[in-house]
Design a protein around this ligand. Structure first.
Ligand SMILES: [Zn+2]
Length: 289
């Protein structure tokens, strides 16, 4: 496939980088996800659909894929946005609406990712879920990954164990990144198109690996759900929608957290009310070569 070229910029986003994805050790089991027993129709994946059945979910008009299950890769949307890593922002291509933002959910699938995937699906929004290998160790967690994909979302690589990659040897960095892609491929049949380093901290080698693995490396534009003032749904939704950092092409960082799940619908509706649409992961231009 011919993928439009875009630059992997070197700079991280200095002001945002160190704070996100702080500690992720959540001891609860992933078993308590509720409300996910209805499989979704019109998935874009080629996973085996053992328990898929129709339901009343409405068609997502941004996913004009056919509703038959395809073995081959589903038809992709034309690239509409390029990620400028140095500027930390998406740029629209051609006639693509510039008032657009991307939603991303990191540190998944912990306790809330599937429910968040369903909430977004019901709002006709697709996001990137950046997953960690330490959340993909049980059959149940593997099933959660497939459910997220079934709900129309993309999977991104967020490393096996969420380390600071800058403290690791190249061999260890390789295992963190390529090892996780192998795990994701084993479960879903596909390797991820997106990479986000824990804490946004990359090395020359991780940039090289992302390129070798044909993943687009992305940090983010803004996020708040790890800051002490925003560990509840209401203030979080308010700041996500009303921050002056909300602008054309923003890449919004959120996490698999309870308060973020609870704020999610208000975040989506508030941002739409401000005139933005949501970038579908398939609309993002990927690396060439
Ligand atoms: Zn993280």
């Amino acid at each position: 496939m011919n993928k439009p070229k875009m630059l992997i910029a070197l700079g991280a986003l200095p002001l945002l980088v160190l704070s996100a994805c702080g500690d992720t050790e959540s001891e609860e089991t992933a078993a308590e996800v509720e409300g996910i027993d209805e499989p979704v129709e019109e998935v874009e994946t080629d996973i085996e659909d053992e328990n898929k059945s129709d339901d009343e979910l409405e068609s997502d008009e941004e996913n004009d894929n056919s509703d038959e299950d395809v073995e081959e890769e589903p038809e992709e949307l034309e690239p509409q946005y390029t990620w400028n890593q140095e500027a930390g922002i998406f740029e629209s291509i051609g006639d693509a609406q510039s008032e657009a933002v991307l939603l991303t959910i990191d540190d998944a699938p912990d306790n809330h990712a599937v429910e968040m995937a369903e909430i977004l699906h019901n709002l006709d929004v697709s996001a990137i879920f950046f997953v960690n290998g330490h959340f993909l160790t049980t059959e149940e967690q593997e099933e959660e990954l497939l459910q997220i994909i079934d709900y129309g979302h993309a999977i991104g690589n967020h490393t096996m164990g969420h380390p600071d990659l800058q403290t690791l040897s190249e061999e260890e960095q390789y295992e963190e990144i390529v090892g996780l892609n192998d795990v994701i491929e084993d479960i879903s049949g596909e390797r991820p198109d997106f990479f986000r380093a824990p804490f946004g901290l990359n090395t020359d080698y991780t940039r090289e690996l992302a390129k070798d693995e044909e993943m687009l490396l992305m940090n983010w534009t803004y996020g708040y759900d790890w800051e002490s003032d925003y560990l509840e749904a209401e203030p979080l939704a308010d700041v996500m929608v009303n921050t002056e950092l909300l602008r054309n092409g923003a890449n919004l960082l959120m996490h698999d957290r309870e308060w973020t799940k609870d704020a999610l619908e208000d975040i989506v509706l508030g941002i739409e009310e401000k005139g933005y649409r949501f970038i579908h992961p398939d609309e993002i231009a990927l690396e060439d070569e």
